[in-house]
Ligand binder design. Structure first.
Ligand code: PLP
Length: 395
C-alpha cells in the first residue's frame, strides 16, 4: 500500500471542497471560465491593499543584509513587537513580543498549538458546523475531535458544552467570525463560554485551552466590534493570519498570540516555538514577516465585503431561501431547500453555480456560499439560485 490507511480514509471522507473544486474545473472547461459562477472557495479575488504593494516594492528596492537567512524560530523580534502592539490595542491588555510566535498561516498556528498541548487521546471540542480541517489537525497530533451542536443561530449550545467537558478535554476551538456560517459571537456570549470553561476546569481539576481561530477577525460588518478574547478567558490563545484581512492566503503568514499571564507561560511559549520548528515550518516566511510588520493596522476594504454580503443576502431572502444573516467573514450558510444538501448543490451546478454541501462542514441539510468573488460572479449566480429555488421552494 503506497499511503497509510488513515490518510487514505481522510482523503476520501473529508474532501467536499476539493470535490466541488474538481467538478467545477470540469464545468469551466466545458462552458468557459466566465460562464461558471464559482462560490465554492474561500480564496479572495480582492487584491491585497495598496500599502502591501508599496511595502513590498520598498523592501525589494532597499534589501536588508541577511533578510533571507534563518532566524529565531519564533520570528523576527521587530515583527513580533509590531504584532504585539496591535494585539495589545485590540484586546486592551498588555501583550509583549514574547507572547507572539509568527507562523505559517492560521493553519500552521493551530497545528503548532495542538502539537504543543495534546497528549494522545485528549479531546478537542469543536462546534458544528465547523471548518473540517480541524479534524485533520487534531488527528495530526493524536487528539480526538468532540463535536458539539449549535443552536438555530449557529451559536454553540453552552448547556451541552458544559456537560460534554470531561477529564479528557484539553482544548476548545472557536471561530468567530465563522466559516461556514458568517456568524459573529457577541461579547456576552464569549464571556459565558469562558465562565463555563473556568468552572469546569476547577470542578474537574484540568486545564482547558481556548483556541480562538481569528482568521476572519477583521471582516466584521454592521458596526460590530472585535471581541477581545484575551479578556474573556485566562487560558486563551489566538491563532490567526493575514490570509483574509490582507488577502494574502498564498503567502502563508500568520501568528499565535498567547494570553500574557497564562499559567506556565515560559514552558508553553518554549513548547510552541519548538513545535513551530519540528513540524518542519522552522519559521514563518521571512519576506512576509518583513512586510506585515508595517501593515498591522491595514485591511482590505471591509465596506466592499459588506456590500457583497448585502447584495447576496437580500437577493437570496427575496427568493425564499432561509438563512441566518451573516455579520462577518465572507460566507453564508443557507438551508438547502431540497431534502439533501448534496442533491441541492448538484441542482445549482446545473446552472453553473458552485457551492459546497453542508456535510463538508459536519452539517448536512445546508450549503455554503463563499462571496469573496467579484460582483459579476455574484450577479451571474443569481439566475441559478432563482431557478434552483423555483424547483424546491413553494411560496
Ligand atoms: C476557519 C479557518 N481557519 C483557518 C484557516 C486557514 O487559514 P490560513 O490560510 O491562514 O492558514 C481557514 C482558511 O480558509 C479558515 O477558514
Amino acid at each position: 500500500m503506497s499511503i497509510s490507511e488513515n490518510v487514505r480514509k481522510r482523503m476520501v471522507d473529508g474532501s467536499w471542497i476539493r470535490r466541488m473544486f474538481e467538478e467545477g474545473a470540469i464545468l469551466k472547461k466545458k462552458h468557459g471560465e466566465h460562464n461558471v459562477f464559482d462560490l465554492s472557495l474561500g480564496n479572495p479575488v480582492i487584491e491585497p491593499p495598496a500599502e502591501f504593494k508599496h511595502a513590498l516594492r520598498k523592501l525589494s528596492e532597499n534589501p536588508m543584509a541577511g533578510m533571507h537567512r534563518y532566524m529565531e524560530n519564533a520570528g523576527y523580534e521587530e515583527t513580533r513587537i509590531a504584532v504585539a502592539k496591535q494585539v495589545t490595542i485590540e484586546n486592551s491588555l498588555e501583550v509583549s513580543a514574547r507572547d507572539i510566535i509568527m507562523t505559517v498561516g492560521a493553519a500552521g498556528a493551530i497545528n503548532v498549538i495542538l502539537k504543543t498541548v495534546l497528549n494522545p487521546g485528549d479531546e478537542v471540542i469543536v462546534f458544528a458546523p465547523y471548518f473540517m480541517e480541524y479534524d485533520n489537525y487534531i488527528d495530526n497530533h493524536g487528539g480526538k475531535t468532540r463535536v458539539i451542536p449549535t443552536d438555530d443561530n449557529f451559536l454553540p449550545d453552552l448547556g451541552i458544552l458544559k456537560k460534554a467537558i470531561s477529564k479528557k478535554t484539553r482544548a476548545v476551538i472557536i471561530n468567530s467570525p465563522n466559516n461556514p456560517t458568517g456568524v459573529v459571537y457577541h461579547e456576552d456570549f464569549v464571556k459565558q463560554l469562558g465562565g463555563i470553561l473556568e468552572a469546569q476546569e476547577k470542578k474537574l481539576n484540568i486545564k482547558i485551552y481556548l483556541i480562538s481561530d481569528e482568521a476572519y477577525s477583521s471582516l466584521i460588518y454592521d458596526g460590530l466590534k472585535y471581541v477581545p478574547i484575551l479578556q474573556m478567558y485566562h487560558r486563551s490563545l489566538i491563532a490567526t493570519s493575514h490570509s483574509k484581512d490582507l488577502a494574502l492566503p498564498g503567502e502563508r503568514i500568520g501568528y499565535i498570540a498567547v494570553h500574557p499571564s497564562i499559567e506556565s507561560k515560559d514552558d508553553l511559549v518554549s513548547g510552541l516555538i519548538f513545535c513551530n520548528r519540528i513540524l518542519g515550518f522552522v519559521n514563518a516566511p521571512a519576506l512576509m514577516q518583513n512586510i506585515v510588520r508595517h501593515l498591522q493596522h491595514v485591511t482590505v476594504s471591509i465596506p466592499e465585503y459588506q456590500e457583497k454580503r448585502d447584495f447576496l443576502y437580500n437577493n437570496l431572502c427575496g427568493m425564499g431561501y432561509q438563512l441566518v444573516r451573516p455579520q462577518g467573514a465572507f460566507y453564508m450558510f443557507p438551508k438547502a431547500p431540497a431534502e439533501n444538501d448534496v442533491e441541492f448543490v448538484h441542482e445549482l451546478q446545473k446552472f453553473n453555480v458552485l457551492t459546497v454541501p453542508g456535510r463538508g462542514f459536519g452539517y448536512p441539510g445546508y450549503f455554503r456560499i463563499s462571496y469573496c468573488v467579484n460582483h459579476k460572479t455574484l450577479e451571474g449566480a443569481l439566475f441559478g439560485f432563482k431557478k434552483a429555488a423555483g424547483q424546491f421552494i413553494r411560496s
